[in-house]
Design a protein around this ligand. Structure first.
Ligand SMILES: [Zn+2]
Length: 233
């Protein structure tokens, strides 16, 4: 570690939350729609069937992302609120025990017990619920307050991703669908991985390679299964 540059260093963890959600949504949209298109194209060279499968994949995926996100954010919110209610009650009924509990938490993190009690006392005078929420429950800010917004964002980012392979499908003759959709999707995945790594301050090549390999694997597997079913049926 160097201490050459004075001033605060730049951290990226705070930006990761929404960015990660957006990139994951778009990734899912690209990978699942492209895989569906490639799989169906490997089974049947019928343009309208491939297109229906792709559009159905977009709608189903967007709805499933929205539902999943809504449920996950709502249940996280409910859990947080239940924990905070319990804590609020404990602070009213047993403030002494709660003060000691907080002091023990700081002591366990390496603060000498006398000082830990002092810190706990001052923090609880400032905002006792916030102190317990943060240091005992690990809730620094309630993130799960907007399930509808989270659901819509997820559905939107998935759809943006899903449109890329659908557009590639629309632009080429049916005989070229598999290579063009695969390559266009892998390039989009690599770009998306690189952009998110750049914004998040992580390694660009590593991020792009990781996401591209998983996308290639998904498409290869569905293409294989599609080809198998196409010859069997
Ligand atoms: Zn407590």
């Amino acid at each position: 570690m160097t201490v050459a540059s004075p001033g605060p260093e730049h951290h990226f963890v705070h930006r990761i939350g929404w960015l990660r959600a957006a990139v994951l949504g778009a990734n899912d949209g690209i990978v699942s729609t492209a895989s569906l298109i490639v799989g169906v194209a490997a089974a049947s060279p019928d343009r309208s069937i491939i297109l229906i499968a792709g559009v159905a994949g977009l709608v189903a995926g967007a709805m499933s992302m929205a539902a999943g996100e809504y449920v996950s954010v709502s249940s996280q919110y409910d859990t947080e609120q239940a924990d905070l209610d319990k804590e609020r009650q404990a602070l009213e009924t047993a403030p002494e025990a709660e003060l000691e509990e907080l002091a023990q938490i700081y002591a366990m993190r390496g603060v000498e017990i006398g000082l830990a009690r002092q810190v706990a006392t001052q923090l609880m005078e400032h905002d006792s619920l916030a102190a317990h929420a943060r240091d005992e429950l690990g809730i620094s800010e309630t993130v799960g307050t907007r399930p509808v917004q989270a659901a819509l964002t997820s559905a939107a980012t998935f759809s943006v991703g899903a449109i890329l392979p659908l557009a590639a499908l629309a632009l080429v003759p049916v005989s070229h669908v598999i290579p063009v959709v695969s390559i266009a999707s892998l390039v989009s995945l690599a770009l998306l991985g690189a952009i998110s790594a750049l914004v998040g301050g992580a390694g660009v090549v590593k991020a792009a390679t990781r996401v591209t390999l998983w996308g290639a694997l998904a498409m290869a597997v569905t293409a294989g299964i599609g080809a198998l079913f196409g010859t069997v049926i």
